[in-house]
Design a protein around this ligand. Structure first.
Ligand SMILES: [Zn+2]
Length: 720
């Protein structure tokens, strides 16, 4: 499943909220502050010193060395501080241009350096990058505080905010003023000086803890790999998978076979491993990866983070961290998000219970003599699927060769809907040989964006799949977007084709939906551009784009046998269509369980003591009727990267909320003739190009003609 697998935009989100920018005099300002230690090491020889000379300001990865990042980021922070100081202390009366627009223009150097840095930290980390991340994370958090807790700057923004009705601003400019003001208040600008000091302390500790969590989890996930020298333990895996396991062992310089862990609780190989002891061992490696009481144990870290977040919310005047976090979201309150989830729980767990019974029947018919456990689910549900739909992953995968899926499926769908075309560029440097770069042309033949894709799993990559940007779109700066997708699809042995599952196909469409949201952005101000929307909106374009993977004319165009080029036979297609609601009870329940865990952690009272994560987790699942023995949460608290390492805290429900938007939105296409250029252009114009330039529930309603509801979502997933 790709749903819930996408800690979208990761850490660069933090930076883009400060406002990315281009300011030609930036370097000169930086040079005025030689007291900053890093400035001594930072000069014209650093590849971030000046804007990239490459086409579309693509990062010069052929020139960037690991040791270039820290001085560039530190100089970028100093430069940003100086720029904000100049705005705050401007003797002229505050105006939209000298304050709001000026803030949008800050941080050019910092943005170039951090965009490349966090891209590489996510997709190709090494010891140096990891060390630098630990050093710069608290400094970046402190910069954010120095902006949002600066009383002079806030006073200027507040003045403009109060005058906004008389300033004759266009709607996007007005939206920017209101959003900036809300950000300041949300970030603590109205606090007393002593409370601001306390908030800064909490934010810095949280940022350090978040970095610590990331480091521990990466090590824990790597150490949690299943290792065996006995090939018989791998019975059931394909020859290709066994060869890949042998190659992983060779990479790690160990004997035998290595099956690395994915970031989710369930592991894909459990669908084919016939040895129950192997399945149980892999599942337990996954489930307890970060709970061994060793240096990689994350439990103390997350307990402290939950406590600090609750204290932060109290300081800001909110009853819980969740209440504070949802204030600027489409759902607006945790109560609205909970009401939405609670209403789906009975339908989801009811369907999961029926699925469990079908599976237990298969186990019993085979005289298995055991009760269904989580490590059995995928293997036997695959058998139920074969029996019921006669559909076998091994039968399907030869029709999904990765490059063909990309060019004749993902790209083709975008061409049909929006008229855009793609040309591979071999002249743009990349940070790893697996990365490919495409130039994207608009329907009129003009340049639109650069698109990088990096699909294969490796140990230096964080788990899951995501999209982010090296350059943000902005008409103010004249920048076109440079966007990337990263995933963890199984890498074939050398010379073998990359044959992927239909779930992996869905992941590619999903991430490309985010990419389109970034590439179609047509905002003036970078702070409102592209994917810089609320979390409970940002997964809408991506999940919506998944729908085109099974649209008949698209599917027929890419689902071709990798050897013969033959179309997938009609009966197999019919089976895939029919199997679409299969296992959706499990999928929805594991997502709900993770989303409820997230919400419960962030409902903690500010005076609550440090929690024992295992006890807390058990109680939280019981309380929300999601303690289903055979459906563990998609992520356990101790390895829930989205909420401790990324910005999805009190926001994981957004995956479900945006499923509602995606299915309800796709329903509009169904009602209006499906895949047509007119429908695509209308969606692009009214939604995908708009970023956050207007209020999101209004934007949705204007395009859809109504508020969203769960009808299409429950129907599509067979949960009615
Ligand atoms: Zn996503």
């Amino acid at each position: 499943m790709s749903q819930g697998n996408c800690p979208h935009a990761a850490l660069s989100f933090l930076i883009s909220t400060i406002a990315p920018a281009v300011l030609p005099i930036a370097i000169a300002i930086c040079a005025c502050y030689p007291s900053v230690a890093a400035a001594q090491e930072f000069g014209p020889s650093n590849p971030f010193y000046a804007p990239s000379p490459l086409p579309f300001h693509a990062p010069p990865f052929d020139k960037i060395k690991d040791e270039d990042y820290q001085p560039a980021i530190e100089a970028g922070i100093a430069q940003s501080e100086a720029e904000y100081k100049a705005i705050a202390e401007n003797p002229e009366a505050p105006t939209f241009d000298n304050t709001i627009v000026a803030m949008e223009k800050t941080g050019q150097l910092l943005d170039r350096a951090t965009s490349a840095f966090f891209g590489v930290a996510g997709a190709n980390i090494d010891d140096t990058i990891q060390k630098v991340r630990g050093i710069v994370a608290p400094k970046l958090a402190a910069l954010e505080d120095s902006v949002y807790l600066n009383p002079k700057l806030f006073s200027r923004v507040e003045t403009i905010y109060k005058q906004r009705a008389t300033l004759k601003l266009d709607p996007e400019a007005l939206r920017l003023v209101e959003r900036d003001y809300d950000h300041f208040v949300h970030g603590g600008a109205n606090l007393s000086e002593s409370d601001k000091v306390q908030l800064r302390k909490i934010n810095e500790e949280l940022s350090t803890l978040s970095s610590t969590f990331d480091d521990k989890l990466l090590a824990a996930t790597k150490a949690g790999a299943y290792v065996t020298i006995d090939k018989a333990m791998l019975a059931g895996l394909s020859d290709g998978r066994i060869a890949a396991a042998a190659a992983s062992a060779k990479d790690r310089k160990v004997e035998g076979f290595v099956l690395p862990l994915q970031n989710t609780t369930q592991q894909p190989d459990l669908a084919s491993l016939s040895n129950r002891a192997t399945r149980q061992a892999i599942f337990e490696n996954s489930w307890s990866r970060a709970e061994h009481g060793d240096a990689n144990d994350t439990r103390d870290t997350i307990a402290r983070m939950a406590q600090l977040r609750a204290q932060k919310a109290k300081l800001l005047g909110f009853p819980s961290f969740a209440a504070w976090k949802l204030e600027d979201q489409m759902a607006k309150t945790p109560e609205a998000a909970l009401k939405f989830m609670d209403a789906i729980v009975p339908a989801a767990t009811g369907k999961a219970a029926r699925e469990a019974k079908d599976i237990q029947d298969v186990i019993d018919a085979q005289h298995g003599g055991f009760q269904l456990q989580p490590w059995d689910w995928q293997l036997y549900s695959e058998q139920v699927r074969k029996a019921r739909y006669d559909l076998d992953d091994a039968q399907v995968k030869p029709y999904f060769e990765l490059n063909n899926v990309l060019e004749n499926g993902v790209f083709y769908a975008a061409t049909q809907l929006y008229g855009i075309t793609f040309k591979e560029r071999h002249d743009i440097p990349v940070y790893h040989p697996d990365v490919r770069v495409f130039e994207v042309m608009d329907s009129n033949g003009q340049h639109l964006a650069l698109f990088y894709c990096d699909y294969f799993k490796r140990d230096s990559k964080s788990g899951g799949a995501w999209m982010s940007e090296f350059v943000h779109q902005s008409r103010l700066m004249g920048d076109s977007p440079v966007v990337y997708n990263v995933a963890n699809l199984p890498k074939p042995a050398a010379g073998e084709p990359a044959l992927i599952s239909f779930d992996d196909v869905t992941t590619m469409f999903h991430e490309f939906g985010h990419a389109l949201h970034g590439m179609f952005s047509n905002a003036v101000y970078p702070g409102l551009a592209g994917t810089s929307t609320a979390r409970d909106f940002v997964e809408f374009p991506s999940q919506f784009n998944e729908h085109w993977a099974t649209y008949p004319s698209i599917f027929a165009h890419y689902a071709r046998h990798y050897k013969t080029g033959a179309l997938m036979p009609a009966d197999l297609v019919a089976k895939i269509q029919k199997a679409k609601t299969f296992n959706k009870g499990y999928a929805m329940t594991e997502l709900l369980a993770a989303a409820e865990l997230d919400m419960q952690w962030h409902f903690l009272a500010p005076d609550a003591p440090l929690q024992n994560p295992d006890d807390f987790e058990k109680q939280a699942l019981e309380k929300t009727h999601l303690n289903v023995s055979y459906v563990p949460p998609r992520y356990r608290s101790s390895y829930f990267e989205h909420i401790w390492g990324n910005d999805y805290s009190a926001g994981y429900y957004a995956y479900l909320w945006t499923q509602m938007l995606a299915d309800d939105g796709y329903q509009w296409f169904t009602e209006h003739g499906g895949l047509t250029r007119a429908n695509g252009d209308r969606f692009r114009q009214m939604v995908l190009s708009r970023g956050s330039t207007e209020e999101l529930s209004k934007m949705y309603k204007d395009w859809r003609g109504a508020d969203p509801n769960t009808k299409a979502m429950l129907k599509n997933r067979g949960l009615e």
